[in-house]
Design a protein around this ligand. Sequence first.
Ligand SMILES: [Zn+2]
Length: 274
Amino acid sequence: MPPAAVPKASAAVVGGSGSFASSFPAGLHEGARVLERELVFDTPWGDSPPFSLFELEGERCLHVRLHGWRQGVSRGRASRQVFSVLHRAGVRHVVSDAGVGSLNALLDPGDLVIADDFVDMTTQRDDQGTVVGEHLLIMREPVCPVGREALAAAARGLAPGRRFFPRGVYVVTEGPRFESPAEVRFLRTLGDIVGQSFAPEVWLARDIGACYAGVYLVVNHAEGVVDEWDHGELTRIFHDDADLVGRILLAALAAWPHDGACRCRELRKPTLLR
Ligand SMILES: [Zn+2]
């Protein structure tokens, strides 16, 4: 099938493991309506993963699952494919989700964290370049504060009994394997949660002039933090909470103001390196 033409869209959901198990976005928001599924686009980094196009309270949005590794496609390349499509669509707001491990002993499986900063410990994702590449990307405030507040309000409203934390540092590892006990002892000095999404997406969003924010579901303790984790519990949280995470993402996107007072686009400056 030939690649599709990229439709215009104002927002996007770059879904991780949290919304992986659900039929996202069907049935998760009364104002959401799926328009098209299985849209594959041509990009300078190869054919994109399949997107769906949906309407959310009159706004057109794209959804893509960016979790796991497609055969023959590196994780860094997959991220460029996705953000190349979002750039051509004109996307200004991006929300993401993922299942993560806790590095902080105060976090438990089932907790939700809206990260406000990150440490990129990946080793193989930065060699594919930027999508636009015309700017110096300043990471002073890497996650959009307006998007974070929209996610926090959605989490408070939809999961009132659930522990959630409106800030935290996301440590990004290369994967696909999990981290060793010795690695976790080191990573605990860097942040609160550990996972394999978030980078390079957070700075590719800035590269294309979009705001980025995400909600992360703790699915286990990292090795050596509190106790040994159980695969059955991880799987259960993964599946049982997928719809809740999906509802939070959609409610946040619907409430995210277009004229929000953030400075995400001011935190990219013309590059001096061209
Ligand atoms: Zn912003």
